[in-house]
Design a protein around this ligand. Structure first.
Ligand SMILES: CC(=O)N[C@H]1[C@@H](OP(=O)(O)OP(=O)(O)OC[C@H]2O[C@@H](n3ccc(=O)[nH]c3=O)[C@H](O)[C@@H]2O)O[C@H](CO)[C@@H](O)[C@@H]1O[C@H](C)C(=O)N[C@@H](C)C(=O)N[C@H](CCC(=O)O)C(=O)O
Ligand SMILES: Nc1ncnc2c1ncn2[C@@H]1O[C@H](COP(=O)(O)OP(=O)(O)OP(=O)(O)O)[C@@H](O)[C@H]1O
Ligand SMILES: N[C@H](CCC[C@H](N)C(=O)O)C(=O)O
Ligand SMILES: [Mg+2]
Length: 487
């Protein structure tokens, strides 16, 4: 055999004692994607078990199998086999060897809300300080050259390592990435050489996947285990579960950079709202820095300071990192001002969970001298417990709330809306999202503010298993043009 590919001993140390020298062309974790000569890693998933597809993988040319279960009877004797305790981790560590290059500095942020914002702010701070930087998460991979959209917040390990390898090859030295709880739980980031991590907050989400809040928190705090000994972590001290996150960090030997009003390294002394910007006074290691942050919202100020904390954790000079906040640009679909109509303002935001919706309505209230109007819905095939909570939050926080469809996926959209309305029977209901947005725009009077929540940057609406083109931004602009034309 040619000396190409990788040895099993190199990819899966210790797992193949009798076949360590045997070479494979690559790895796959989906039998349908196995190429001739590759190793197949069988993963137990949420819907099915990869072990059921070992024969399929072999038929497609797999020459080695890694599984959490014993060797199946009937597997051809020529195929190497290893039973391992954690196939997902084995896959991630092997993926890091197949795609070996990684940017020298990689920081990761976890939390229920704010990860995309923090990852992107951190990239912008690195760039402002002269680094070649990228961010990676829900909005895709963002570099100085533009954005490349991906489908998951934390991609599967093979795609993730392929991306990191490509970025390193393109000269990117600094990456800020999102660590979703699914990603952490499924070991998608194991094998990423992290420099520092951050914890933002914990609110209700994904309790369809995690059996309890404790389990959800534990998944997030796995991030600390992925950091090398002594690596710093950033924690927003003002947010829920900050104390638990700090305790876990201390137990794992990570120094904490605390930020926020209760922070230590970056302590927020005061916030003064100035139109759509805010003047922050921040105590930085004993000194004091004043910076004009060109973004609205208390929670965005917190996100921005976490980003500065991550830059500091990665070795940047603290005062310069904080000063760089003056150049931050908002993330698409996060508290983004998209149009004005009849003296009212329209904002698009990605709030699709209770805490985010509450934070957004609270944040936008001062910008509505008139009424605060909210168009929102909830995604299908996701944590149902969020629905009545979000109904209640919208009823309380907005003057007019219109319940509409988000991404119904496989669920009946009317049933999703009914679950939202259960907690807030008085709300208006317009299933068709475009019509609901148009109705919201038509309500606008001078001083009113309309927030269209839930889909942010998304460019499609998932109905059944089809994704139809849909953009809240375009729909808002279209509605404004249509209504302006009518009057
Ligand atoms: C519930 C979940 O997270 N699922 C993810 C998981 O799939 P899974 O392992 O559970 O898949 P499964 O369908 O049960 O199949 C088990 C195994 O059998 C294999 N298989 C299956 C069929 C076959 O013919 N042959 C075969 O080999 C599959 O490839 C898989 O390895 O691992 C896959 C590869 O990494 C992911 O693509 C998939 O994400 C699905 C598509 C998804 O929608 N995930 C969402 C919920 C998600 O991960 N979201 C987070 C959080 C976002 C946030 O913070 O809000 C994210 O990071 O994006
Ligand atoms: N620190 C925060 N606290 C509460 N809500 C926030 C915070 N930051 C952002 N949000 C709200 O959450 C929404 C999503 O923000 P962002 O995309 O930055 O978070 P995320 O954690 O990446 O979300 P996702 O898990 O869906 O990718 C925003 O549009 C805003 O409504
Ligand atoms: N990463 C989140 C995005 C949700 C976006 C929202 N528009 C929805 O479809 O519920 C998830 O997969 O749960
Ligand atoms: Mg995100």
């Amino acid at each position: 055999m040619q000396d190409t590919g990788f040895s099993l001993g190199q990819l899966f140390p210790g797992a193949f004692p009798d076949d360590a020298e045997r070479r494979v062309a690559g790895i796959a974790f989906d039998s349908r994607k196995v190429a001739q000569g590759e190793a197949f890693v069988a993963l137990a998933g949420a819907r099915t078990d990869g072990a059921r597809f070992i024969a399929d993988a072999a038929a497609r040319g797999a020459v080695a199998i890694v599984s959490g279960q014993p060797r199946p009877a009937g597997l051809a004797p020529g195929i190497a086999f290893a039973e391992v305790s954690d196939p997902r981790r084995a896959l991630a560590l092997a993926a890091a060897k197949v795609h070996p290059r990684q940017p020298a500095t990689i920081v990761a942020v976890t939390g229920t809300s704010g990860k995309s914002s923090v990852a992107e702010f951190t990239r912008q701070i690195f760039m402002a300080l002269g680094r070649e930087a990228a961010s990676l998460g829900t909005i895709g991979i963002v570099t100085a050259a533009g954005a490349d959209y991906g489908s998951l917040t934390t991609p599967d390990p093979l795609s993730l390592h392929a991306s990191l390898d490509r970025l390193a090859g393109e000269g990117v030295s600094h990456v800020a990435m999102e660590a979703s709880s699914h990603g952490l739980d499924q070991r998608r980031l194991d094998g990423v050489r992290l420099t520092a991590g951050a914890f933002l907050n914990l609110g209700r989400d994904h309790l369809d996947y995690h059996p309890s809040v404790e389990d959800y928190l534990a998944a997030k705090l796995r991030l600390w285990e992925l950091l090398p000994a002594g690596a710093p972590v950033v924690i927003n001290r003002d947010e829920p579960y900050a104390a638990e996150a700090a305790q876990a960090a201390a137990a794992a030997g990570h120094p904490v950079i605390g930020i926020g009003r209760g922070g230590d390294r970056l302590r927020l002394l005061s916030v003064e709202r100035k139109g759509f910007s805010q003047r922050l006074r921040v105590a930085v290691d004993g000194g004091e820095v004043e910076v004009m942050l060109p973004l609205v919202g208390d929670f965005m100020a917190g996100n921005a300071l976490v980003a500065a904390g991550l830059a500091i954790a990665a070795g940047e000079e603290p005062e310069a990192a904080v000063a760089a906040l003056s150049g931050l640009k908002g993330v698409p679909g996060r508290l983004e001002r998209v149009a004005e109509h009849n003296g009212g303002l329209v904002v698009v935001d990605y709030a699709h969970k209770p805490d985010a919706l509450a934070a957004v309505l609270r944040t936008l209230r001062p910008y509505a001298s008139g009424r605060l109007i909210c168009v929102f819905g909830c995604g299908g095939d996701r944590d149902r417990g969020k629905r009545p909570l979000m109904g209640g939050i919208a009823a309380e926080g907005a003057d007019i709330a219109i319940v509409t469809d988000d991404n119904p996926r496989s669920e009946d959209p009317a049933a999703i809306r009914a679950e939202i309305l259960a907690a807030a029977p008085g709300l208006r209901e317009i299933g068709d999202r475009a019509r609901a947005i148009t109705a919201g725009v038509a309500e606008l009077q001078p001083g009113d503010l309309l927030v269209v929540a839930g889909k942010g940057h998304e460019t499609g609406q998932i109905i059944g298993d089809r994704t139809l083109p849909f953009s809240d931004h375009e729909t808002v602009r279209h509605a404004v043009a249509e209504i302006s034309g009518r009057t």
